[in-house]
Design a protein around this ligand. Structure first.
Ligand code: 3HC
Length: 294
């Protein structure tokens, strides 16, 4: 018998976590977002609020629905506040140790043994996170795309231990409840989308690094020549250059292919704190006021 998932927890309120929380709240679900401290929790709330305002401005949502969505969201700094959740989606930084620690803690905190623990990881093995818990059969990859309220895809990734019932439950949740479209991927670094996207972004970074073409021309090439909504360097800035570097490292660890090796320019930019939109500068410069916007 299908059990509706009504109470959601999201760990991490950055761009992805806030986006996931927003689509859950907009779908009518009681959603609790957990952040590391009060300031981060406030920033997460502002991120969701700014995105809801944008949806209203763009005519995608009426003002009452935006207010109702915000009312369905709670923000906390205590993982213990996720005890009664039926589905928790982890969306913290792309770091294996940080994610493993959260899964170990969630396994102890989330009371319902049938509750599902999902990860929004873009590249880390689901199996490793599942094995950090006593319920690997209820651990699954649920990978959203940035900006979450706009992009319709969710990748579902089952580990060797994930139960078919878990996959069916999150597929029903993503499609029927959130209105997303699902693709299934095996538990290999990068899944479907990042396995294709990251080598392309790294190739663009190498092209800029070599002086072969400017960042503006590389982006214009793909926007105007191939009708991509954004060129590769603008997209890397949107994803966050630290995240692009982390995903590249996971892919390189898994496959040892030179095409996955993060180029020196990417590493230097991350070290310099030039992380893209979120810091106001990456391959392009951004208006600080619009950082919480798309
Ligand atoms: N809620 C709902 N809809 C919204 C919204 C919101 N908060 N904000 C904007 N929209 C809608 C707009 O109404 C518009 O819809 P319309 O075309 O039907 O009118 C659409 O979204 C686009 O919005 P804008 O016109 O304001 O913005 P742009 O046209 O400049 O598009 C963009 C911005 C959506 C970011 C677009 O450039 C794009 O799709 N870029 C590519 C993004 C991409 O590839 N993301 C994937 C990254 S990979 C990833 O996330 C995986 C990770 O693991 C790395």
């Amino acid at each position: 018998m299908r059990r509706d998932i009504l109470r959601i927890g999201v760990v991490g309120g950055g761009r992805m976590g806030a986006g996931i929380a927003e689509v859950c709240a907009r779908a009518g679900l009681d959603t609790v977002v957990c952040e590391v401290d009060a300031m981060a929790a406030r920033a997460a709330r502002e991120r969701v609020s700014a995105s809801l305002d944008r949806a209203v401005r763009r005519g995608k949502l009426d003002r009452d629905s935006a207010r109702d969505a915000l009312d369905r969201l709670a923000f906390t700094q205590a993982l213990e506040d996720l005890a009664d959740r039926q589905l928790v989606v982890e969306a913290v930084v792309e770091n294996a140790d940080a994610k493993t620690e959260i899964f170990t803690a969630l396994d102890k905190i989330v009371e319902d043994p049938g509750a599902i623990l999902a990860t929004n990881t873009s590249s880390l093995p689901i199996m490793r996170l599942g094995m950090a818990t006593g319920r690997a059969d209820r651990v699954v990859g649920l990978h959203f795309f940035n900006p979450v309220p706009v992009l319709p895809l969710v990748e579902i990734v089952a580990s060797l231990h994930t139960a078919p019932g878990t996959v069916a439950a999150v597929e029903d949740f993503a499609t029927r409840v959130l209105g997303k479209t699902v693709v299934h991927a095996r538990d290999r670094a990068g899944f479907v989308v990042n396995a294709l996207l990251i080598p392309y972004l790294l190739a663009a970074i190498r092209m800029a690094e070599s002086g072969f073409a400017t960042a503006t021309d590389i982006d214009a090439g793909m926007e105007l020549g191939c009708a991509h909504p954004m060129g590769p360097l603008r997209l890397a800035d949107l994803i966050g250059l630290d995240t692009v570097a982390s995903i590249a490292e996971s892919l390189y660890d898994e496959f040892r292919e030179p095409l996955h090796a993060p180029p020196p320019l990417l590493q230097r930019m991350v070290e310099a704190g030039l992380l893209g939109r979120k810091t106001g500068r990456g391959f392009h410069v951004y208006d600080a006021v619009r950082q919480s916007d798309i």
